[in-house]
Design a protein around this ligand. Structure first.
Ligand code: HEM
Length: 511
């Protein structure tokens, strides 16, 4: 091609593209977008404070609580894969999570990315496949025996291992990474609850457990699939290289471990979720095959493993910074134990709280809910748009695009939670007499446990577990942050503390 016609063609194409881009950008309501790279430069600049950046963008909408942006401003992709509607508007969330539930599934990209790890399990399916599992699981999650099983697993971990480790740290005047201990504790609990076997990753030696390592590696490799365009991980998988190789290898370990667990439960059924699912039959009246049972169990482990430990880490950090809240929590636990165990302080400390004692902790529950309002364990979630739709606030969402609902931002909007939304105030969750836990009337103001038909199944178990651990720690110890330790958010699908939570423990003197 000769130079001049080539340059003229290039100039014409560029002008057409820029005109097209100008028309697209005029309709976008979020942060600045550039030709070709869209909002990616700002995403990159804000990658270490992603959730706060989204919250600031949503606040900048002046109370509207919704904006639209584009990461791939190229024809054909700009209104589909590249198009994001970001919202924290309660009415919009109600619309996507409940009213028009069928129009907003997890979607093909999400399902493809999680498929190797989770198969078509409850956490990773839509439509009929999801509904059948949801109905079966929902029946089990409401049973008292499952709550009792959770209480048993958590209390035996506290009594036999957590207190030991913390007592040693007090005597040796060593700091501990509380987040690390809590992650191990909840991993052990969810394994116990799901397939009746406690891998004891929380123990004084902090052992490296092959199943836990393989499960972590598989989860991390799966999450990496979201970082880059889908074609990249598919090519890596085909060639068996990089993160995809690690995923394959770790899945072999996970599957072998699950096979052993299933064999053990077949011989010796118990009150765990796996034993319960082994008794069930599918729509054709057959028992679930082993491969399906494996995935069912893994879905529960993934859903219930890190969320409560991460919430507890933020809770302990907030309580450390709010001594008046800490005093009220200890006072409430002491009052209940006086009622149930009398005045002998030793009796208060000998055993963790039993289910009925934990159930009465109203202020502690309020403090945990308040933690999740400000630091939700799942800070944002995504839904795929099946058909063109209009959200209740008038926002038009095109088919094939993605809606991100920012759970982190909902709690940080003055228009939703009032002028004091950034303050840690458990009292806002209590009735005027402060004797009852009272969640907001509009259920879509608080979506830390999701809402609508896909509400978290483990919510009550999680509160029970968090109350048990929080009271077991706070009744025995005062915590102080290791000087110089920086508490920061890790940018991930779960709101971990990037550097952990390093604390010193001091014995508590009970009044
Ligand atoms: C503080 C603790 C927890 C929080 C904040 C939490 C939050 C959530 C959220 C946001 C979802 C929706 C995820 C999505 O659809 O993308 C969810 C779903 C789910 N959670 Fe939890 N969760 C917690 C603890 C647990 C525990 C301990 C269990 C199990 C014992 C559990 C079991 C589940 C299950 C099975 C689902 C899938 C429900 C469905 O898709 O129908 N969760 N949870």
């Amino acid at each position: 091609m000769e130079t001049l016609p080539f340059l003229l063609t290039l100039a014409a194409a560029t002008s057409v593209y820029l005109l097209w881009f100008y028309l697209l950008a005029r309709k976008l309501t979020g942060p600045k977008v550039w030709p070709v790279v869209g909002s990616l430069p700002l995403l990159f600049v804000n990658r270490r404070r992603f959730h706060d950046w989204i919250a600031a963008n949503l606040r900048a909408t002046g109370g509207a609580g919704t904006y639209q942006t584009c990461t791939i401003p190229l024809p054909f992709l700009a209104r589909k894969q590249g198009f994001y509607t970001v919202t924290c508007h309660p009415k919009n969330m109600e619309h996507i999570l409940r009213t028009k539930f069928d129009n907003y599934p997890k979607g093909p990209e999400w399902q493809a990315a999680f498929h190797d790890l989770l198969g078509q399990g409850i956490f990773n399916s839509d439509g009929e496949t999801w509904l059948i599992q949801r109905k079966t699981a929902a029946l089990e999650f409401t049973t008292r025996t499952l709550r009792q099983a959770m209480a048993r697993w958590v209390n035996q971990t506290i009594k036999n291992r957590l207190w030991n480790i913390l007592d040693k740290a007090v005597t040796a005047k060593h700091s501990v990474d509380l987040q690390e201990l809590l992650l191990r504790l909840t991993f052990d609990n969810i394994c116990g609850l799901t397939f009746g076997k406690d891998p004891e990753t929380l123990s004084p030696e902090m052992p490296e457990n092959p199943f836990a390592i393989a499960f972590d590696t598989a989860t991390e490799a799966t999450l990496q699939r979201f970082l880059y365009p889908g074609i990249l991980w598919r090519v890596q998988k085909l060639l068996g290289i990089g993160a995809e190789r690690r995923l394959k290898k770790s899945l072999e370990v996970v599957e072998k471990y699950m096979d052993d667990a299933i064999a053990a439960r077949k011989e010796n059924p118990s009150d765990d979720l796996l034993s319960r699912f082994m008794k069930k039959r599918d729509v054709e009246g057959n028992h679930f095959p082993i491969s399906v049972l494996q995935r069912i169990a893994l879905n529960f482990v993934l859903a219930g493993r890190d969320t409560s430990s991460v919430a507890l880490s933020w809770f302990f950090w907030l309580v450390m910074n709010h001594p008046e809240v800490e005093a009220k929590i200890v006072k409430e636990i002491s009052a209940i134990l006086t009622e149930t165990r009398g005045n002998d302080r030793q009796k208060w400390l000998d055993e963790p709280l039993v289910f009925d004692e934990a159930d009465k902790l109203v202020y502690l529950k309020a403090a945990l809910a308040e933690t999740l309002r400000l630091y939700p364990s799942v800070p944002q979630d995504f839904k795929y748009v099946v058909e063109n739709d209009v959200l209740p606030d008038g926002t038009r969402v095109p088919a094939g695009s993605t809606i991100t609902y920012s759970i982190y931002s909902v709690g940080r909007m003055k228009s939703i939670w009032g002028e004091d939304c950034m303050e840690f105030k458990p009292e806002r969750w209590l009735s005027p007499e402060e004797d009852r836990f009272e969640p907001p009337k509009d259920g879509y103001k608080f979506v830390a446990f999701n809402a609508g038909p896909r509400t978290c199944l483990g919510k009550d178990l999680a509160y029970l577990q968090m109350k048990s651990v929080a009271s077991a720690v706070l009744l025995r110890y005062r915590l102080s942050l290791v000087p110089g330790h920086r508490v920061e958010q890790k940018m991930s699908l779960t709101l971990f503390m990037k550097n952990g939570l390093h604390v010193f423990l001091h014995p508590r003197t009970l009044a």
